[in-house]
Ligand binder design. Structure first.
Ligand code: ZN
Length: 159
């Protein structure tokens, strides 16, 4: 497969996720709620997380929001990859995703679907779009508020 075709394939996955997301909505119950905003593109997201009884493992993640195809597809792929992950594993994935956006890392086979976002690293203005949901996730998992409505902005994330 040529690089051109590979890029088309990634675009297809991103557009498909944008048009028919699988993880839109609100978890029931809501254990963590986090809004995120990406002023440079206008993307907004509201992430909800359902945890297990011990509070150390993700049962479900859903998102609501408005934004470009990259931000919405990234949120949908993220929500899917997080099902059943421990908080610790999820935070590792945040780091890996951010590393991938710098062109430094990629996900192992188990999460290779997330690698479709790898192409975004070539477009610096879109990196914040792809990172938005992961940024909100990190804030959601690190806060101990059950129902935080604070906005996180990723505007200060990169120099
Ligand atoms: Zn965007």
């Amino acid at each position: 497969m040529s690089l051109g075709n590979l890029r088309d394939l990634y675009q297809q996955v991103i557009l498909e996720r944008y048009k028919t997301p699988r993880h839109r909505g609100t978890t029931n119950p809501v254990h963590r709620r986090q809004r995120g905003h990406n002023p440079s593109c206008g993307d907004t997201i509201e992430l909800t997380v359902q945890l297990n009884q011990a509070g150390d493992r993700i049962v479900d993640v859903k998102f609501e929001g408005e934004g470009c195809a990259i931000s919405m597809a990234s949120a949908d792929l993220m929500a899917e990859a997080l099902q059943g992950k421990t908080i610790e594993e999820a935070l590792e994935m945040v780091k890996r995703f951010q590393g991938m956006m710098k062109g430094e890392e990629e996900f192992p086979k188990e999460h290779r679907k997330l690698n479709v976002m790898q192409g975004v690293a070539q477009f610096p203005v879109r990196i914040k779009c792809a990172n938005l949901s992961w940024h909100a996730l990190k804030a959601a998992l690190e806060s101990h508020n059950t129902d935080s409505v604070d906005f996180v902005s990723n505007e200060t994330e990169q120099e």
